[in-house]
Design a protein around this ligand. Structure first.
Ligand SMILES: [Mg+2]
Length: 292
C-alpha cells in the first residue's frame, strides 16, 4: 500500500516540472485518478478471514499439555524423571517426541541400562494417551483473548481457518473442547501439505481453499517458524509470544504481544501500534489490514 501512496504523491512532481498549463491540467487529472484508485484500494481492503496456528497460539499445549503428559508417562513407568518448565524449554529444541526422550536420556541419564528401542516408543505411546486425556478433560486452557476474538469473528461473519503442523486429531480435540469445529471453514493440519512450517505451504493451501488473497487475512502465530511460513505466503502476522518463544526473532511480524488480551487482562505490546487498546478485537484487526 505504501508503494501506491508514493506513486500517487510522486505524480505531482511530474506535473510541476513540465511548466505547461495544459500538461498541468492533464497531470491534475492523472493525480486525481491515482488518488481515487488509492482510496478505492483502501476501502476495498477489507478483513475477510482470521487464520490461527494451534500449538502455542490457541493454547500453551507444550507447557500445559505435552510436558505434563511426558511426566505422567514417566511416573507410570516408575521412572523418576520430571521435566520442569525450564528443562522442557531446552528439550523443545529437539523436534519430535521420541527424539526428545532420546536426547534427554543421552544428556541426563547416559548410564541407563535399558533397551531404548523398546522403552522410548512405549513411553511415547503412553505420553500420547495422556495428552489426549488431558485434552478431553479440558485441562489445557485457551490463551487469553483467543475465545473472545474467535467468537466475535464468527458472530460478525469473518471467516475462520486453522493452519497447524499438529495432527488433525489433536487440533480437533482442543477445538472441540473449547470452541466449535463448525466455526472453521478450513482446518488444515498435519501432513495435508508435503512441507511443514517454516515452509509457506500450509498457508498457501488455506488461501487457495478459501479463495482469498493474503491481504484479506490476518494470521496468529507464536513462533519464528510459524511466522516465517505465514510471511512467505504474503500474510500479515500477529505474534503472541510465550516463555518458550520469547527469545525468537519476530522482526517480520506486524504486531508482537504477550497474548491477545482481555478487557480485564490487557496485553503487553512488544511491537505495533494498538491504538491505546488493551485487547485485540475485530476493529483493531481491520485497522491492521488497512495499514498493511
Ligand atoms: Mg505454534
Amino acid at each position: 500500500m505504501r508503494d501506491w501512496v508514493n506513486l500517487a504523491v510522486g505524480s505531482r512532481g511530474g506535473r510541476g516540472s513540465r511548466g505547461s498549463r495544459e500538461w498541468g491540467v492533464w497531470g491534475e487529472n492523472i493525480n486525481l485518478i491515482n488518488l481515487f484508485n488509492t482510496f478505492n484500494q483502501l476501502i476495498m481492503r477489507e478483513l475477510k478471514a482470521l487464520i490461527f496456528d494451534v500449538d502455542g497460539t490457541l493454547a500453551e499445549t507444550e507447557r500445559d499439555g505435552h510436558r505434563i503428559a511426558f511426566n505422567r508417562a514417566f511416573a507410570e513407568a516408575n521412572l523418576n524423571w520430571i521435566w520442569s518448565e525450564s528443562l522442557y524449554g531446552e528439550l523443545l529444541e529437539i523436534s519430535g517426541g521420541k527424539e526428545r526422550i532420546r536426547y534427554y536420556l543421552q544428556q541426563y541419564h547416559p548410564d541407563l541400562m535399558e533397551d531404548l528401542d523398546t522403552l522410548i516408543p512405549q513411553l511415547h505411546q503412553d505420553k500420547t494417551n495422556h495428552y489426549r486425556h488431558l485434552l478431553s478433560l479440558g485441562e489445557i486452557q485457551l490463551r487469553p483473548g483467543v475465545k473472545r476474538l474467535i467468537e466475535e469473528a464468527y458472530q460478525e461473519g469473518i471467516r475462520l481457518a486453522i493452519a497447524t503442523t499438529s495432527t488433525l486429531a489433536n487440533a480437533l480435540a482442543l477445538i472441540e473442547k473449547h470452541l466449535n469445529p463448525q466455526w472453521f471453514e478450513v482446518i488444515a493440519a498435519g501432513d495435508i501439505v508435503p512441507n511443514k512450517k517454516p515452509a509457506p505451504d500450509i498457508y498457501n493451501y488455506v488461501l487457495n481453499k478459501m479463495q482469498l488473497s493474503p491481504d484479506q487475512c490476518l494470521v496468529f502465530e507464536d513462533s519464528f517458524h510459524g511466522l516465517q511460513a505465514s510471511f512467505d505466503a504474503g500474510l500479515q502476522t500477529v505474534i503472541t509470544l510465550h516463555d518458550y518463544t520469547k527469545h525468537q526473532d519476530f522482526s517480520l511480524a506486524s504486531v508482537v504481544l504477550n497474548h491477545l488480551g482481555e478487557p480485564n487482562n490487557n496485553f503487553k505490546i512488544f511491537k505495533g501500534d494498538m491504538n491505546n487498546k488493551g485487547y485485540l478485537d475485530l476493529e483493531l484487526c481491520q485497522k491492521l489490514i488497512i495499514n498493511y
